[in-house]
Write a protein that binds this ligand. Structure first.
Ligand SMILES: CSC[C@H]1O[C@H](OP(=O)(O)O)[C@H](O)[C@@H]1O
Length: 338
């Protein structure tokens, strides 16, 4: 993605592999600064994923792939490195796909680079297919960050918006702030601003207001894990946006690569939901927002039933929930996904 750093336009990626180190933009510091951190071993990779220096299902997978190649090159105990990185976060299926891919390819550096390139190229395809759903003048709502930062470049839900803009369409985006980690207000808004895409940040609770006012033409979100029946996990708050979209007859699209589809599970009931530290809810920028006696619950994801999904936007094309068997067949024939 192109970013303006001190008046200079640079092309940056969310995560890359250089000098036998995994390097990434520390997403906890955006939009205040673009800070690059270098990971030197599997323990660094575990911490970076767990603490969300890098986040977003495909980006987590790519970071794991590079991290395992680095661990192999550093002669780490690979069984321990795999188990450590596998334990970093439970919901995003891409993490486990990437680990399996690297295992099948002897944790080689070339395999990690191929994994990263495939994911990047596939996210651009998602953008091209998704662009077909966007008309000139459309007002789009999105939740959390499913942009280049959540992948490597391009993004999933944001990729169609970028390609629509580049193809000359006039679009506007409502960006849910996405409490508690504010991936929308901090990351999606930053990406859209860099791309010159017109947008407004809104409180998570305001999405229904704009949908009911008929000020939203479509919703596009990302995903962290999609079950065989089309139920999917995504950032907490997605489920209620999907219900509001259905009630207001607004198309609701989920953008995700094949690496996010978990056909081993029948429904969303089987998707593990990460519960994170309560302090992410209890404080903002390190300042407590509630009384000291109060505790908080902090599920990082929720599951949206397939009935609320208009269609899935993938690198293979666009599929309705009842067409996922066709998608499963295409993925099974895809050498990269085996
Ligand atoms: C393109 S995957 C993005 C997906 O990941 C986010 O979760 P997190 O920021 O906790 O990694 C969110 O669910 C996004 O939709």
């Amino acid at each position: 993605m192109k970013v303006n750093i001190n008046g200079e336009t640079k092309t940056v990626l969310a995560v890359w592999y250089e000098d036998n180190k995994v390097k990434l933009i520390d997403q906890r510091k955006i939009p205040d600064e673009i800070s690059i951190i270098e990971l030197k071993n599997s323990n660094d990779v575990y911490n970076a994923i767990r603490d969300m220096a890098v986040r977003g299902a495909p980006a987590i997978g790519v970071t794991a792939a590079y991290g395992l190649a680095m661990a192999k090159k550093n002669n780490e105990d690979m069984e321990k490195a795999v188990e450590l990185i596998r334990s970093s976060r439970p919901t995003a299926y891409d993490l486990f796909k990437a680990i399996d891919y690297m295992k099948k390819n002897n944790f080689s550096e070339s395999a990690a680079r191929r994994y990263a390139l495939e994911i990047t190229e596939r996210s651009k395809k998602i953008g091209e297919y998704g662009n077909e759903l966007i008309k000139n003048g459309d007002r789009i709502l999105t939740h959390c960050n499913a942009g280049a930062l959540a992948v490597v470049d391009w993004g999933t839900a944001i990729a169609p918006m970028r390609i629509a803009k580049d193809s000359g369409k006039n679009i506007f985006v409502y960006v849910d702030e996405t409490r508690p980690r504010l991936q929308g207000a901090r990351l999606t808004a930053w990406e859209l601003a860099q791309e010159g895409i017109d947008h407004s940040i809104i409180a998570d609770n305001a999405a229904g207001y704009f949908m009911k006012k008929k000020d939203v033409n479509l919703v596009i979100v990302g995903a962290d894990r999609i079950a065989a029946n089309g139920d999917f996990a995504n950032k907490i708050g997605t489920y209620e946006k999907a219900v509001l979209a259905k009630v207001n007859n607004i198309p609701f699209y989920v953008a995700a690569p094949g690496s996010t589809f978990d056909f081993n599970i029948k429904s969303g009931d089987e998707i593990p939901i990460e519960e994170r530290d309560e302090n992410e809810v209890l404080s903002i920028n390190g300042k407590n927002i509630g009384p000291s006696q109060s505790h908080a619950r902090n599920p990082a994801f929720d599951v949206t039933p397939n009935e609320y999904v208009t269609a899935f936007i993938t690198e293979y094309g666009i599929f309705k929930p009842n067409e996922l068997e066709k998608l499963r067949s295409l993925i099974s024939k895809d050498l990269f996904m085996r």
